[in-house]
Design a protein around this ligand. Structure first.
Ligand code: GLY
Length: 568
């Protein structure tokens, strides 16, 4: 069930890119993938909130306006730069596998993968950590109380929001899937009733309220206890028992975010700050960027071409860096609390130099030339970025995995659950819904966190954040984040141009180079001459970027998903 394809295919690329007026802000800039979410952040800033309060307000608002992408039943990663202290904070509030999870829970007796079990229904859901993560961030690093931070989300949930084109298209496509699988209407009855309005077709512009309004109010009043303890948790566990899920009250009571040391790396005249495992995004981003740098050091005569985003050689070397990084992702990455993950080695310049030396400037290579293992066989996500005039920033990516997650809804609270269990290697070596192959390091196990591609990233110069970026779109998150970063930092593009520019993606397996239509037109033949198997893809991920320069603060939301920034 490759549900991500239909999610990504409905967002179109350059042909539909509409120029947004470039506004320069002086106090705060927020880029989210829904205008109401960016506005929610601005409202909380005006109420005296700092960048963390603003980010949490955006995260809670997105749970209302983009329930197909993220929400209370999911999880995320938040990277914070505190300019006053000169330090970074990485909050891991990724979902965890329930205590009763086992490595073979998605295999039949012959050991075959039961892919649908990991993608739809109660066993697909991992323990939600979204509420725990955002409440922790506000309590420890925010200035406001939760009631103020949640106020815009509660209002949006109760009053409703007009459906935009993206959400309308996702809902219509989900309805069409339910028409093809009519038994799902009964199996996922609460979802069908509360989120798909019992099969009545959606129209763009219609006002939709959130079934989770009361739950949001409860969290505003009681904090995370309103979610993980008491009646909401009891209703959750009761429904799990009824439908055959394995998340228990104890799993909910013990849900906590984890603070981790962010990965940092020098780049150009600044420092990249990004998310460590269980995200693969930060490692893959730094590894790929390091390979580009090392390749240029080996070939100074090619420097001009490597600094020209339109140059075919640049596109080829970029692809090679992606193939190396994704091959290592498949081999080494998983939850660092349970598996040996060689993060320091993978992000080291010495390792990048070895990989750069393998790049043939004329031709790509067979798959087995990348990574250590020979290949066997091999969304619903949202990102937002916030930056303020003092150089504080938050980059935050949240997810329920595929569009509308597991389709499991707790009837009493309207809570929609993720299907993050599919981000584990349900069967190591066999691809998941994103076509990603992963190793034993990412196998299912009780309490483990599934490997992620989310790549919330900040760039710091002279102790101040000057860029915050990330994306949604499964593994394409990593390559989109990298290209937007390069567009802004290496090529000096303005924020909106950096976001709008056509993108490419290679994840090692499957062995194909995906390019958006403008690149297909301009570069297909040239890239094929390097030996790449090039395929056209209407849209590759949705990214949100904020920048700070002498003129002020700039923000750009990705037209591929219809977001709009806010600021002042
Ligand atoms: N659920 C998508 C990711 O975390 O990569």
């Amino acid at each position: 069930m490759r549900r991500f394809l239909w999610i990504l295919s409905l967002t179109l690329v350059a042909a539909q890119v509409q120029a947004q007026p470039a506004v320069v802000y002086q106090k705060i800039a927020i880029a989210a993938d829904h205008p109401a979410a960016s506005e929610a952040g601005l409202e909380v800033h005006r109420a005296g909130g700092n960048v963390v309060d603003v980010a949490a307000a955006v995260g809670f608002a997105l749970s209302v306006v983009r329930p197909e992408s993220s929400g209370l039943g999911g999880g995320g990663f938040m990277v914070i730069w505190d300019a006053e202290q000169g330090k970074s904070i990485a909050i891991d509030y990724r979902e965890r596998a329930p205590a009763a999870a086992t490595a073979d829970m998605f295999l039949d007796q012959e050991g075959n993968l039961l892919a649908e079990l990991a993608q739809a229904g109660p066993k697909a859901a991992a323990i939600p950590h979204h509420v725990a993560g955002l409440c922790h961030a506000v309590r420890k690093y925010g200035k406001l109380d939760l009631k103020a931070v949640l106020a815009p989300a509660v209002r949006l949930a109760k009053n409703g929001v007009p459906l935009d084109e993206h959400s309308t298209a996702i809902r219509l496509q989900t309805l069409a899937k339910f028409e093809k699988r009519p038994e799902w209407k009964e199996e996922f009855e609460p979802f069908y009733r509360l989120y798909l309005q019992n099969g009545v077709p959606f129209e763009a512009g219609q006002i939709v309220t959130s079934p989770q309004a009361e739950l949001l109010e409860k969290i505003a009043a009681e904090g995370s206890a309103g979610f993980y303890d008491g009646p909401a948790a009891e209703a959750f566990a009761r429904e799990m028992r009824r439908v055959g899920g394995i998340i228990s009250e104890e799993d909910l009571r013990t849900a906590r975010p984890t603070e981790r040391e962010a990965i940092t790396a020098s780049y150009d005249d600044g420092m990249i700050v990004t998310m460590p495992p269980p995200s693969s995004g930060g490692v893959a981003l730094i590894e790929s960027l390091n390979i580009l740098t090392a390749f240029e050091q080996r070939h100074p005569e090619l420097s001009a071409a490597l600094h020209d985003g339109d140059d075919l050689l640049f596109r080829h070397v970029l692809t090679e860096s992606m193939k190396h990084a994704f091959a290592d992702r498949a081999t080494y990455l998983g939850d660092p609390d349970y598996a040996e993950v060689p993060t320091a080695r993978l992000v080291s310049p010495e390792y990048a130099a070895k990989l750069a030396a393998k790049i043939d400037i004329h031709r790509t290579k067979p798959l087995e030339e990348y990574g250590r293992t020979s290949p066997t066989r091999d969304g619903g996500t949202t990102h937002f970025s916030v930056i303020d005039a003092a150089g504080n920033a938050v980059a935050c990516t949240e997810t329920i995995n595929l569009g509308f997650g597991s389709y499991v809804v707790i009837p009493e609270t309207g809570l929609l659950l993720n299907n993050e269990m599919d981000d584990f290697a349900a069967k190591p070596g066999v691809p998941n819904a994103f076509g990603l192959v992963q190793s034993e390091a990412a196998a299912v196990g009780p309490g483990r966190r599934p490997l992620s591609s989310m790549t919330p990233t900040i760039f710091v110069r002279d102790g101040k954040a000057v860029l915050a970026v990330g994306a949604s779109g499964g593994p394409r998150i990593i390559t989109a984040t990298m290209q937007v970063f390069l567009n802004a930092v290496r090529f000096g593009m303005p924020a909106q141009a950096a976001i709008d520019a056509p993108r490419q993606h290679h994840q090692w397996l499957p062995n194909e180079l995906l390019v958006e239509p403008p690149l297909w037109t301009s570069s297909r033949a040239g890239l094929e001459a390097y030996g790449h198997d090039v395929a056209k893809e209407p849209s590759l991920a949705a990214s949100q970027l904020v920048l700070k320069d002498e003129a002020g603060l700039h923000a750009a939301s990705d037209p591929r998903k219809g977001g709009k920034p806010a600021g002042e």
